[in-house]
Design a protein around this ligand. Sequence first.
Ligand code: 13P
Length: 265
Amino acid sequence: MRRLVAGTGWKMNNGIAASRRYAEELKARIAPLDTSAIDIYVLPPFTSLAAAAQAFAGSPVAVGGQNMHWEDSGSWTGEISAPMLLEAGCRYVELAHSERLQHFGETYAQVRRKVDKAMSAGLVPVVCLGESAPEKAEGRADAVLAGQLLASIDGQPDERIPEIILAYEPRWAIGAAEAASPSYVEERHRALRAVLREHRGESVAERTRIIYGGSVTPENGGAILALGDVDGLFVGRAAWEPGGFARIVELVAGAAKRKAAARKP
Ligand code: 13P
């Protein structure tokens, strides 16, 4: 049984004071919910990480970085390392977000090294995978996704792959007016799981979480979460207010209960 995930990336929003306010309100809003069966994370900007981690301490909400370098230290101006994220209180690190790839020229060869570092440092990597609009139009989505996935996990032993969270985030659906349709998401998640099965075996495929991100809202999230191969939601804009993320957390906690009940004989 895969634990469902509710995550939000704040992108370049929320300084220290705003992060503290967000944390207090989110904690209050989710306190009445049973979140014991799900994993929840927020990804603040680097300068807010320590304050956010402190504010969420003792709550079900974990904190993560939005990017990371593959070395521990050195002459890498402007970069942040895994030990720095851990010291700031992070449990997660997001890698390969499409905005990093598009605007800052990151590549999956770098992502592979970052996954390696995150795994050895004890951070949970959330690895984004997604096809562009032209790749989708050319019918190449599944081939592109398979290439990104295999490059990201290259060199990781089978038994550790399920520690990685895969985030399917079609580039054309990020920051867009609408999410991908549930049927489109279902096909891509099924194809990604099939790649895991083919290359790493049934057990890895069954245990590895694949979450969806790209214009998720409390309104469209339920239908996406109901899909068998979707193991959670990764939300941007709709979770930038704590009330919005609390509604997403509630949806994911409810879906976790339904999926667990459906598995009982
Ligand atoms: P939006 O939900 O704003 O489309 O952003 C999604 C995202 O980038 C998650 O990583």
